[in-house]
Design a protein around this ligand. Structure first.
Ligand SMILES: Cc1cc2nc3c(=O)[nH]c(=O)nc-3n(C[C@H](O)[C@H](O)[C@H](O)COP(=O)(O)OP(=O)(O)OC[C@H]3O[C@@H](n4cnc5c(N)ncnc54)[C@H](O)[C@@H]3O)c2cc1C
Length: 472
């Protein structure tokens, strides 16, 4: 390894590898430092990809149960946990191995190790093989991501208490499984274990699952969660946990729960994610950290140290893979001196439960908070031909439309396949589409995507399959 590089990227998740690959494509000399064998980060090794492989299997198990409503009955599925785990691991290895090859093909200098700043132009690297090296750089991008949040009351030292990484390992299918935290990671992992046969309880301290998402969407999902899970406690806190040797004794506080002390075989703590700045040596640079521990950046992803940029979970905001990748590309453009800014109108969010829940752009909650005058058009899927053919009327598509200009500011969907459909909303919002544009765009029939067009028609009181009086 030469001890000088034009650009160093620290952290090989979807932020870091997207930035490194993009910089290499643009002709830069790039070093990517990451502490796994291949690029991938949390997303590929311990996040998006393994969880979606397991959720795919969960969906199949749920559909096999539903099939009896259509005259087809399958016998009880036999679950071979070792094979299922191998499938998930194969997916991870295939994807991360592919990234390793892409890195080589682009001649990115990939270093397996951990980096820390000596000063604003030099890094110290502890390599996995035990050797160390210092590296000078012209520019750096920090993309060190996040880790599951730990708080002392919930961090008891017990193999029965796990985080999302532990849950993805799929060591067993516990009979009684508690999920602490009703955010997307808790609900996705809870859905996997419920489909595999666990009795899953979800506890959330706020009044709603998926805090931040619009309630009309969450209500549709909640009905299905209530059916699939043993219990959901809202407005409820876990105040104590104790490993009894054969189970975890959990003490709850809140009106939603009758039995204040309950036993669980495993407990997943999924209460959020915290930025990874520990050991990075940021104190040797001018990089600033916010009170919540995230690196502060401007709209070019530049930190207070002009040579150093930061992207992805480490800077907070939407802690999602595609946001990290998009910021990575902006940082590279900024380093190259191009006029650029990270100012998206829509960062989509998808919860891969069954049904899926997705939104992009502004939510109704946000519009209210920001005092933006909007109108909301909704199309319930009971009126959709396609939703009826797949026996999934449990869906809702909504558009959040600027009252004056009729421009689409946000879209929300809950329903089968919502995660794929939300991309249409992203395009509409980013292209500044008006409700009329969407209403006049011919959508294929019979598809779930038609609900987007019909929602725009609802706005004008002209939906073919749903009668709603004309707006005034
Ligand atoms: C269970 C789960 C499911 C998820 N599902 C989704 C999903 O469906 N869709 C979605 O968009 N997002 C999902 N996420 C979130 C997504 O994984 C993150 O938003 C994304 O990985 C952030 O990317 P990043 O590049 O910022 O950092 P990360 O992916 O966190 O990668 C950072 C990497 O840097 C390494 N590193 C840290 N410090 C150093 C150092 N000093 N030197 C070298 N390397 C270092 C870390 O070990 C890590 O490998 C999920 C997360 C979890 C946990």
């Amino acid at each position: 390894m030469s001890n000088k590089t034009q650009l160093v990227v620290i952290g090989g998740g979807p932020g870091g590898y997207a930035a490194a690959f993009n910089a290499a494509d643009k002709g830069m000399n790039v070093t990517l430092i990451n502490d796994d064998k291949n690029p991938g980060g949390v997303c590929l090794y311990r996040g998006c990809i393994p969880s979606k492989a397991l959720l795919h299997v969960a969906k199949l198990l749920n559909e096999a149960k539903e099939a009896k409503n259509w005259g087809i009955e399958f016998s009880e599925p036999k679950i071979d946990l070792d094979k299922l785990r191998s499938f998930k691991n194969k997916v991870v290895n295939q994807m991360t191995g592919g990234l390793g090859q892409l890195s080589k093909a682009r001649k990115v200098n990939y270093v397996e190790g951990r980096a820390s700043f000596i000063n604003s132009t030099k890094l110290h690297i502890k390599k996995i093989d035990g050797t160390t090296e210092d590296l000078e750089f012209e520019n750096a991008i920090i993309a060190t991501g996040s880790l599951p949040t730990r708080i002392p009351a919930l961090s008891i030292d017990s193999p029965r208490v796990i985080d999302s990484t532990g849950a993805l390992e799929l060591a067993d299918v516990p009979e009684r499984f508690l999920v602490i935290g009703g955010g997307y990671i808790g609900l996705e992992m809870g859905s996997v274990y419920a489909a595999l046969g666990s009795k899953v309880t979800v506890v959330e301290m706020t009044p709603s699952l998926l805090p931040g998402a619009d309630k009309d969407l969450v209500n549709v999902l909640k009905k299905s969660i209530d059916e699939k899970m043993e219990s959901v406690y809202l407005n409820t806190k876990v105040v104590k946990m104790e490993d009894t040797g054969s189970a975890v004794k959990v003490t709850f506080e809140g009106n939603d729960v009758q039995e204040k002390e309950q036993l669980f075989d495993k407990v997943l703590v999924s209460i959020g994610r915290s930025p990874v700045t520990n050991g990075l040596g940021l104190e040797n640079t001018k990089v600033k950290i916010s009170q919540r521990g995230f690196i502060e950046i401007d709209n070019k992803c530049q930190t207070d140290d002009p040579k150093i940029f930061a992207i992805g979970d480490i800077v907070g905001g939407a802690m999602l893979a595609h946001k990290a990748s998009a910021e990575g590309k902006v940082a590279v453009e900024a380093i190259l001196g191009h006029k650029v800014a990270f100012e998206p109108n829509a960062i989509p969010a998808v919860v891969f439960t069954d049904p899926e829940l997705a939104w992009a752009g502004i939510t109704e909650i946000e519009a209210k908070e920001k005092g933006i005058k909007v109108e909301v058009a909704r199309f319930p899927w009971a009126a959709s031909g396609r939703a009826t053919t797949v026996d999934r009327p449990d869906g809702l598509t909504k558009l959040i439309i600027d009252h004056e200009t009729e421009r689409i500011l946000g879209m929300g969907i809950v329903g089968y396949g919502a995660g794929e459909m939300i991309a249409e909303g992203v395009l509409a919002i980013e292209m500044a589409a008006l409700a009329k544009d969407v209403a006049l765009s011919i959508h294929p029939h019979p598809t779930l995507s038609e609900t987007v067009m019909e929602t725009a028609e609802v706005f004008f009181g002209e939906s073919t399959h749903l009668y709603r009086p004309k707006r005034k």
